[in-house]
Design a protein around this ligand. Structure first.
Ligand SMILES: NC(=O)c1ccc[n+]([C@@H]2O[C@H](COP(=O)([O-])OP(=O)(O)OC[C@H]3O[C@@H](n4cnc5c(N)ncnc54)[C@H](OP(=O)(O)O)[C@@H]3O)[C@@H](O)[C@H]2O)c1
Length: 338
């Protein structure tokens, strides 16, 4: 039994006795700590891997339209859902974007028994926490050293959230940040230092950050590879977060990847992402080429590495299951702390 489940059930049951709540982004963020998020994400990965969370075969619905005469202001919508019978809930997630910005980002928590809405939660701050918590969980379970050197390629929203979470969890010894523009990486390094972490540095270039990293995170908007596999330190974990094809194919495709173990957060989710889908379509990757799903490593069913010095490449797009668990926690805490 997960440590948080009893309190979550109690809060959700009480929520069912009240009118549905609308919980703003700041309120939602104040109701969940990094430690809470790590426990939820860890168990969420396990629950989904062992079939306790049901996600539809088609993982998401994407709707897109282009505004006439304005290519980069496209309007898009993405819908996802899942059911968590153990908690008696279903969750619906909806993201609406315009030209890459997401003014709409909500998760709706519904009681399966009562068939009615319990809460609508603005996810603008908690989705970053979910991403960061998953990165920390992956780091803890795949890196053999306690305070690793973290290499971060990218200096945007995700990069900052992940680095701050690694620092808070005590899972970063030293941090090297690389990005396209010196100003953005220097800004992020200053932010981390101002926050009290003095071992953050701007890398000379991407190769410098990659070569030193025990835990290398890519969190960029690049759509072509930004690192070369030959730069990666033996024994390191590479964690690809970006939506584009930022990792080189020889870290992913079975026949080309040498002593690299491929770990995915969830194969079905990964198989829909552009970089993985392209390899599948080309016949260069399939499910049998995956060495482990993250839940198998967390559960101790498979090791992260079979041999010292192996590189572990983790491709970890988020899952609706994790967003819904975090949303359910926020809903339950909102009621219990009222
Ligand atoms: N895995 C998930 O669950 C998840 C969830 C949401 C979003 N994402 C994806 O994560 C990625 C990052 O999102 P974000 O919100 O952090 O974006 P962001 O705030 O726009 O930051 C993007 C960063 O990428 C850097 N960059 C772009 N091209 C680069 C290159 N060729 N070499 C080095 N750095 C480069 C930029 O560097 P400069 O600052 O120097 O320009 C910038 O710092 C996006 O692809 C997004 O779709 C993933």
């Amino acid at each position: 039994m997960a440590s948080w489940a009893a309190s979550m059930r109690e809060g959700l049951a009480r929520a069912g006795q009240h009118e549905p709540r609308v919980i703003g982004a700041r309120d939602a963020r104040s109701l969940i700590s990094l430690a809470d998020a790590m426990a939820l994400v860890r168990d969420g990965v396990l629950w989904e891997g062992t079939g306790k969370i049901a996600v539809p075969e088609a993982r998401r619905l994407l709707l897109q339209l282009t505004l006439p005469g304005n290519d980069d202001r496209g309007v898009a919508a993405m819908a996802k859902c899942c059911a968590v019978p153990e908690l008696g809930i279903a969750g619906y997630r909806f993201v609406g974007s315009i030209g890459g910005e997401d003014p709409v980002r909500y998760v709706h928590i519904v009681s399966l028994e009562r068939r009615r809405l319990l809460a609508t939660i603005d996810e603008h701050l908690t989705y970053l926490l979910r991403i960061a918590a998953l990165a920390v969980v992956a780091a803890v379970h795949t890196i053999p050293v306690a305070r690793p050197t973290v290499g971060m390629v990218g200096a945007g929203r995700l990069a900052r959230a992940v680095l701050e979470a690694l620092i808070e969890a005590g899972a970063a010894g030293k941090i090297l940040v690389a990005s396209r523009q010196p100003a953005s990486r220097e800004r992020l390094v200053r932010t981390l230092r101002d926050g009290g972490f003095q071992h953050a540095y701007a890398a000379r270039d991407v190769r410098d950050a990659v070569a030193q990293a025990d835990f290398l995170v890519t969190a960029t908007t690049a759509s072509t590879p930004i690192i070369a596999s030959g730069w990666v330190k033996p024994g390191a974990t590479v964690y690809g977060l970006g939506a584009g094809a930022e990792l080189p194919e020889d870290l992913l495709a079975r026949a080309e990847r040498g002593p690299v173990r491929l770990v995915v957060s969830n194969w079905r989710e990964c198989a829909e992402r552009a970089d993985i889908r392209r390899l599948i379509t080309a016949g260069r990757l399939n499910e049998a080429d995956v060495d482990a799903e993250l839940w198998e490593i967390i559960a101790g069913r498979k090791p992260a590495r079979e041999r010292e010095g192996e590189i572990v490449c983790v491709r970890a797009p988020g899952s609706v299951a994790l967003d819904v668990l975090l949303g359910a926690w926020v809903c339950a805490r909102h009621v219990l702390l009222a």
